[in-house]
Design a protein around this ligand. Sequence first.
Ligand SMILES: [Zn+2]
Ligand SMILES: [Zn+2]
Length: 378
Amino acid sequence: MESLITLRKELHKHPELSGEETETSQKVIRELEKYEPSQILKNIGGNGVVAIFNPSGNDTDKTILFRAELDGLPVNEATSVDYQSVKKGKMHACGHDGHMAILIGLAREIQKNRPNRVCVILLFQPAEETGEGALKVLEDKKFKELVIDHAYALHNLPGYDENTLYIKSNSFASASVGVEISIKGESSHAAYPEQGINPSNVVAGIIKKINDEFNAFSKSNSGSKYAVTYIKMGERAFGMSPGEASIGLTFRSETDDTLKKCLDWVEDLVKHEAKTFSGNITTNRVEPFAATINSDEGCEVVKIAGKQLGIDVEELDNSFPWSEDFGRFGEKFPITLFGLGSGKDSAPLHSEKYDFNDSLLPAGINLFKAIIDYYSQP
Ligand SMILES: [Zn+2]
Ligand SMILES: [Zn+2]
């Protein structure tokens, strides 16, 4: 375990942002090579890496995929650990360093003991945080040739009991999407605002209207949430009345269908507000994430694995409001994502104080191993 913790800290020290994970993927490949997979596929959907471990005999009944993520986040690290990020403004603030270490640990276990009848695929996917990586992996020619029966992944959960397994069938993590509203008026001298089209009133109108009406809308579309993520207009100057503005919003829902209703709703609302404005308003959807819909069978397998290992298993009542790019894989084969509690005191995901809890490494590896054992039984 010590060498895995060292590897995890090494990965933590050198984070790379979504789509830029070249060094990380090289490091992952070097580690994987030590454990002699049958095949390593490189540059999958960008910087993605796939390691394939054929079963010990000639027969393959099932092909099971396990996923980790390669990317860090644009966050300035403020932990005081001695393996702090050496890259300013970049940080492993979601624990993907830990998830990678778990899969490397699993590779080591598989080398020691190749499973019967189960082909194991380890996927290190790029660009999870922007919701772009999974789709690119799925569209990759080399990945398309793989026949996958089931994909599993775990995510560490700060604020939840340490080393407790959290599972939920159906929707586990929400669908989400960013909405950019671009408002084009006309700038003018601040002494003559009437000669231009200042967008401030329509910006205020749109935000107020969404705020006033969203509660009523979400009552009939439960599990939906939104947040204003940015508002931009003008400069720190007093001689000019600006002519452009933009608003960023994010919407999330338990299912893809409900999210679509949210988007139709907000786009209608903006269209309606635009009628009161003499400039031009356009909306644009960005960074879409599919809902992560867990397979019933996969949830049962995860529960069996947890109980076998004596790990506490808790079933969640509600899906998480955050999104996981892993959900996209569910469009092609059954998927199951579960959570592993990082402890009540752990700083939240995506925060500058966050650090992956290394005590999760053994449980993560053992759970994945128990899932493989489940499928390799006759
Ligand atoms: Zn994240
Ligand atoms: Zn994450």
